[in-house]
Design a protein around this ligand. Structure first.
Ligand SMILES: NC(=O)c1ccc[n+]([C@@H]2O[C@H](COP(=O)([O-])OP(=O)(O)OC[C@H]3O[C@@H](n4cnc5c(N)ncnc54)[C@H](OP(=O)(O)O)[C@@H]3O)[C@@H](O)[C@H]2O)c1
Length: 351
């Protein structure tokens, strides 16, 4: 490890999101992985033995021989932990790490709604990271918890941010088509999903109807005032491996024709503090003009999986505009998002 690198660990390292962390942290310019943690099932085994690797890129060499450790602060000597734990486990474990002085960058939903916990997409609400100071004061922690949103809220919120800044968003009606990897590994049995669409993902609609309101809200002293936007969302699981698609219709406060809205989306930039980080999406939004894009298989790796891809921007006969958004659920919507949040924390001297 070079003197300037920050030691980091991955909790839930063997899972669907954990594997993405390991892949994205390989040769990261700022972070060096020093520990991989799992459940009792994996502890004590070399990572290559404990993990059934499912990504196309090979398992990074650094990880293969690392012995999986328990997910407790006593077993991990790092400054940042990336958490790919399920909610009920994260709820107990993440505060233990924050109390022990580590920054927890979490994918779990356990603390997303907590008033003093930032729910971050740096290209949308980088300023909300200042909540970390309040969190430390209120909880007496030297570490902290930062969260990234649910993977379906992610791309939708990036697109809404650009539209909201220019036209004011009042109402959103959205239907998701969510990839299988969003359910973890092994996820849904093949006989349930091949030749099928499952029109329910437990707890997901409530998340997508609430989380964008926090991220599009304003930081007002010590809390976030939720954005005054109404959402109605349907969430569906479809037989796609990676990449969540969302079809959205929006009502705006000020009129916008599709051409102007397209130009606004293309021009959207992250705030200065978040635009030049190693994981910053380049570009933040790509707008496709073909009638049949974005498509998950063709477009999910745009900008190394960090870019939000928008297409089919057109007038909506009931609301004002409609469009399709695609975002890579385990990269921008999970591991890549947490790493981007950690980079912002470092860049803001809050680690
Ligand atoms: N998949 C996505 O697209 C996505 C997107 C955004 C957010 N998320 C969130 O990210 C989190 C992880 O999701 P996932 O899809 O990666 O799940 P997953 O594939 O089921 O992996 C779960 C991980 O948690 C570990 N684990 C289980 N019980 C544990 C315990 N008691 N102590 C320590 N580690 C334990 C497992 O380790 P062992 O293998 O050792 O048992 C495994 O590494 C969830 O909160 C999910 O909601 C997922």
């Amino acid at each position: 490890m070079s003197a300037s690198q920050i030691p980091v660990a991955v909790l839930g390292a063997t899972g669907s999101v954990g594997q993405r962390f390991i892949s994205l942290l390989d040769n990261h310019p700022w972070f060096k992985v020093v520990a991989l943690a799992g459940s009792d099932r994996s502890v004590g085994q070399p990572y290559a033995q404990a993990c059934r690797w499912v990504l196309n890129d090979p398992m990074p060499e650094f990880a293969c021989e690392m012995v999986v450790v328990p997910a407790t602060p006593e077993c991990i000597d790092a400054k940042i932990v990336f958490s790919a734990l399920h909610n009920e486990i994260a709820k107990d474990l993440e505060p233990q790490f924050a109390q022990a002085g580590l920054a927890v960058c979490s994918n779990a939903s356990s603390y997303r709604r907590a008033e003093d916990v930032p729910l971050l997409l740096p290209e949308v609400n980088a300023d909300h990271i200042q909540l970390v100071k309040i969190q430390r004061e209120q909880r007496g922690w030297s570490g902290c918890i930062l969260t990234n949103p649910n993977c379906t809220s992610t791309g939708l919120t990036v697109a809404l941010k650009a539209l909201d800044d220019s036209f004011g968003v009042k109402k959103v009606f959205a239907v998701s088509l969510q990839a299988l990897s969003g359910a973890g590994y092994p996820g849904i049995p093949s006989l349930d999903i091949i030749d099928n669409v499952i029109p329910n993902i437990n707890g997901e609609e409530e998340k997508v109807e609430w989380e964008p309101r926090k991220m599009l809200g304003r930081l007002n002293d010590s809390k976030i005032d939720l954005a005054d936007i109404s959402f109605s969302v349907h969430t569906n699981r479809v037989a796609v491996i990676d990449g969540h698609t969302v079809c959205a219709s929006v009502e705006l406060a000020r009129p916008a024709d599709p051409e102007t809205a397209e130009a606004i989306l293309r021009a959207h930039r992250a705030p200065a503090s978040a635009s030049e980080l190693p994981s910053s999406p380049r570009p933040v939004i790509e707008v496709r003009s073909e009638a049949d894009r974005p498509q998950p298989r063709l477009d999910r790796l745009t900008g190394k999986g960090m870019t939000t891809v928008v297409g089919r921007l057109r007038r909506d006969p009931i609301l004002d505009l409609k469009f399709v958004v695609l975002s890579h659920n385990t990269i921008r919507g999970a591991a890549g998002g947490s790493i981007y949040n950690a980079e912002l924390l470092v860049n803001e001297n809050l680690l």
